[in-house]
Design a protein around this ligand. Structure first.
Ligand SMILES: O=P(O)(O)OC[C@H]1O[C@H](OP(=O)(O)OP(=O)(O)O)[C@H](O)[C@@H]1O
Ligand SMILES: O=c1cc[nH]c(=O)[nH]1
Ligand SMILES: [Mg+2]
Length: 209
């Protein structure tokens, strides 16, 4: 069964308050989403494996630790997932990047795929699927299904704000995928927006609407 981790780090909580604020400008919103993406990547990569390496300091030889070279990949869900991409790449710059384009049909709430491009060796990589919002869960379920179809087997999902409804749907559809959340909110409203939420993440990131 999926592990669900809500990241209660004070810096994440502090920044989430500004991200939610409707008076936060597009520029600040973009910067904050990038920063929270980076802080979440720090937590999510806590279990990366290390190997011993010999290093010569100016004084002596010593044994140090280095990442063991596990191949990683991130897959932002377009559009809003792009807002977290750079922040995560700052910490894991060698990760390859795939993209899956999905939009939520406003009537049916179905996630409609319009784009997909993944690294050729995706099946060898640990994959982080990223999107600021987990609302009904339809988009995350579709994106992870698309990634699995290309052969990836070790997948985690990282989001800023999740509704309990979406967490349940994702756990049910992909019980092998662990879920990392900056804030677990109260519910969905009648339009399936997250409450209290932050509004439409894509529109706020890109200044559309
Ligand atoms: O859990 P769900 O109910 O599927 O909703 C979440 C999805 O909705 C938003 O995308 P949107 O459809 O607004 O596309 P956009 O990123 O292009 O704005 C958000 O970025 C998620 O991908
Ligand atoms: O609250 C929500 C729900 C779906 N997509 C968003 O961007 N925000
Ligand atoms: Mg949107």
């Amino acid at each position: 069964m999926s592990k669900v981790q809500v990241m209660e780090h004070p810096l994440i909580q502090h920044k989430m308050g500004y991200i939610r604020d409707k008076n936060t400008s597009t520029k600040e919103f973009r910067e904050l989403v990038d920063e929270v993406g980076m802080l979440m990547a720090y937590e999510v990569t806590r279990d990366l494996s290390l190997q011993d390496v010999e290093v010569e300091t100016p004084v002596t030889r010593t044994t140090e630790k280095r990442l063991s070279g596990k191949k990683l990949g991130i897959v932002p869900i377009l559009r809003a997932g792009l807002g977290m991409q750079q922040g995560i790449l700052k910490l894991i710059p060698s990760a390859r990047v795939g993209h899956v384009g999905l939009y939520r049909d406003p009537e049916t709430l179905e996630a409609i795929e319009y784009y997909a491009k993944f690294p050729g060796d995706i099946e060898e990589r640990d994959i982080f699927v990223i999107d600021p919002m987990l609302a009904t869960g339809a988009s995350a379920v579709e994106a992870i299904t698309a990634v699995k179809k290309r052969g990836a087997t070790k997948i985690r999902f990282i989001c800023l704000v999740a509704a309990p409804e979406g967490v349940d749907v994702l756990k049910e559809a992909h019980p092998d995928v662990d879920i990392y959340i900056a804030a677990l909110d109260e519910k969905l409203n009648d339009a399936s927006y997250i409450v209290p939420g932050l509004g439409d993440a894509g529109d706020r990131l890109f200044g559309t609407k």
